[in-house]
Write a protein that binds this ligand. Sequence first.
Ligand code: C2E
Ligand code: MG
Ligand code: MG
Ligand code: MG
Length: 284
Amino acid sequence: QAKNEGRNTFRFFTPKINQQVQTRNLVQKYLRHAIFQNELYMVYQPFIDLKSGCVVGAEALMRWSNPELGQVRPDQFIPIAEETGLIVELGAWSLDRACSEVAQWQELYDYSLWVAVNLSPRQFRESNFINEIWATVKRYHLSSHCLELEITERLLMEDIPDAKELIEQLHNYQIRLAIDDFGTGYSSLSTLKRYPFQVLKIDRSFIAEIPEDPEAVSLVKTILGMAQGLGLKSVAEGIETAEQQAFLQSLGCDYGQGYYFSKPLTAEKFRDYLKRYSASRGNG
Ligand code: C2E
Ligand code: MG
Ligand code: MG
Ligand code: MG
C-alpha cells in the first residue's frame, strides 16, 4: 500500500508527471492575476486576400508573459482557463483589446480592416455574453462587420443551451462568424447549414500536406467546394510556402493566413506592417 511506504510514495510519480502537475498548478495560480498584472497582450496575424494580395484583416491571438513562468503558450493556458472559468474574463479582455486596437488602425490606415477574435464555448454560457460583445463594439465605434468571431466545431458539439439563438443574435448584429479549425471536428454539412456562419477556416493540418499529399488535396478541394456551395468565404490557415499559397489561390480559396505571409505580430509591429503596406500601395 502506497500509504505505508511513506516518503517512497513518490516513486510512483515520474519526475516528469510531477513537473507537469506543478506547472499546471502554477499556471492556474498566476493566471488569476495575469490581467491585473498587465501580463497579457494580443498579437495579430494578417489575413491576405489571395486574389489581390492585399491585407484585409488580422486574427487576434492571446499571449501571456509571466515573470516566473516566462512565455506561456495559449495551448498551455487556454485549456486551464476554460476549466477554471477564467476564460470568461480573459475572453472579455481579449475582445476589448482587439476591438480597441483595430479601431486605431482603421483610423490610421483603412476602415475596412477587420479583426477576428477567438471565442471559447465557456463564454457562451454567460448570460450577459451578447450584450457585452455589443457593448465592446460600441465602445470603440467599430462597425460590426469589422468584427469576426471564431468558433470551433467543438462548440457546436457541446450541449450549450441556446447556442443556436446566441449565434443567430450575433448574426443579427451583423457580426461575422467563422468556423475555426474546420475539418478536425465532426460537424457535418447540415451543422454548417444550420448556423449562420459567413467564414470557414480550413485547419492548418490539411494545409501542411498540400500540394504533395493527394488525400489532403482532395479534402481541401471538397471543403472549398462546400464553402462555395453554402456561400461562405474560405480562409486557409497555416500557409507556410509559396506552393501552398499558389495552389490555394488556384483553387479559389478567398483568404490566407500563415508564416509565409507573416507570423503573429505585436500591436506595434502590426501597425508598422500596415504602415509599410499602405505606403507601398500609395495611400499611407
Ligand atoms: P487558432 O485559433 O487555430 O489559431 C491559429 C494558430 O496557428 C495560432 O497559434 C497561430 O500562431 C498558428 N499559426 C498561424 N500560422 C501558422 C503557420 O504558418 N505555421 C504554424 N506552424 N502555425 C501557424 P497560437 O497563437 O499558438 O494559438 C493557438 C490556439 O490557442 C488558437 O488556435 C486558439 O484556439 C487559441 N487561442 C489563442 N488566442 C486565443 C484567445 O484570445 N481566446 C481563445 N478562446 N482562444 C485563443
Ligand atoms: Mg482561431
Ligand atoms: Mg484556427
Ligand atoms: Mg488551429
